[in-house]
Design a protein around this ligand. Structure first.
Ligand code: NAD
Length: 303
């Protein structure tokens, strides 16, 4: 299969490119390197260093002629989205609309879209959060990611394109940026390996659903041949506290520096974990990597 991975120079997208290549597919990457890196792109994948809004994207669709478009390029920061809502919407809403338009015009069979389980539902009314939960984002980023879902589904209704929408929990694993504002596992790993002190927001008892990036990749491989019309959460179905993350990482790294406790993050959802039974039923997918194993792999890659 010829698969165009947008955002393939980023954290999650680069793992997808790798997994697709390993499964024997042809992969091309579209990425403007806003946060991604050329070195993340596997050698066997062609990198088109272009913006989602660039004219050149039309030529790329003609030249590579993808059968599947896997759309992971995004303005992926909640903080940036709140500081600059117009830019956030231009990339995540407008960029997705443009990509879908080109996919339809060029006979793409299927679009796979990365949405955000941690932000589109807002403050959970009940746990675990199912896909039936109200859409009530509390950030510009959560709103623009949901707008992208709407464009994907619009193309299915009006042009018959196949789609799968994934709403991820908190992804972690190799190649996540340790200097970013999100991704507590990457940030703590970077600090601990430097012998620096970590700051835990609030009391550290907030619980989120952390999903290993390799498990996200396997869901995206399954979606090549199954899950048409599916909107599905992708997580572990369980929450882990920041204090537990801190202890697990400290053990894996041999860290002895005590953490500092800071103020809670304003507007942060305290507890969320995702019901992932829909993905299991539709794709036969389940996370295969335990938290301890995922942490060990992550630490090994940062060393
Ligand atoms: N990391 C998570 O926990 C998480 C959770 C839920 C959803 N997601 C979604 O998964 C996707 C990947 O996230 P990530 O964590 O790997 O982030 P990332 O920042 O590492 O990857 C995003 C990639 O998109 C590229 N990009 C940004 N704007 C672009 C543009 N205008 N044109 C072309 N390329 C552009 C960046 O250079 C980067 O390589 C995003 O769509 C994000 O919303 C991530």
């Amino acid at each position: 299969m010829r698969i165009l991975v947008t955002g393939g120079a980023g954290f999650i997208g680069s793992h997808l490119a790798e997994a697709y290549l390993a499964a024997g597919h042809d992969v091309a990457v579209v990425d403007n390197l806003a946060t991604g890196r050329r070195s993340n792109v596997p050698r066997e994948a062609k990198l088109y260093e272009v913006d989602l809004h660039a004219r050149e994207l039309e030529r790329i669709f003609k030249e590579f002629a993808p059968e599947v478009v896997n759309h992971h390029a995004a303005q992926a920061s909640v903080k940036v989205g709140n500081a600059d809502p117009v830019h956030d919407l231009e990339v995540n809403g407008g960029g997705t609309a443009r990509l879908i338009q080109l996919a339809v015009a060029n006979g793409v069979r299927k679009v796979i879209y990365a949405s955000s389980g941690g932000t589109v539902y807002g403050e959970p009314e009940s746990l675990p959060v199912t896909e039936e939960h109200a859409i009530a984002p509390r950030s510009n980023y959560g709103t623009s990611k949901y707008v992208g879902e709407l464009y994907v589904q619009l193309a299915a209704r009006t042009a018959g394109i196949e789609y799968t929408v994934f709403r991820y929990g908190n992804a972690y694993g190799p190649r996540q940026d340790p200097h970013g504002e999100a991704g507590v596992i990457a940030i703590f790993t970077g600090l601990m390996l430097n012998g620096d002190q970590c700051t835990i927001d609030g009391d550290g008892e907030q619980k989120k659903d952390y999903i290993y990036v390799g498990d996200i990749a396997s869901a995206n491989v399954a979606a090549l041949t199954a899950g048409n019309g599916l909107v599905a959460n992708i997580g572990t179905g369980d929450g882990i506290t920041v204090n537990h993350i801190y202890r697990t990482l400290s053990e894996a790294i041999g860290n002895t520096v005590e953490p500092r406790f800071g103020p809670p993050r304003p507007g942060d959802v305290r507890n969320f974990w995702l019901d992932c039974s829909r993905a299991k039923a539709a794709l036969g997918w389940a996370p295969a990597v335990t938290f301890e194993d995922g942490v060990a792999r992550t630490v090994a890659s940062y060393r």
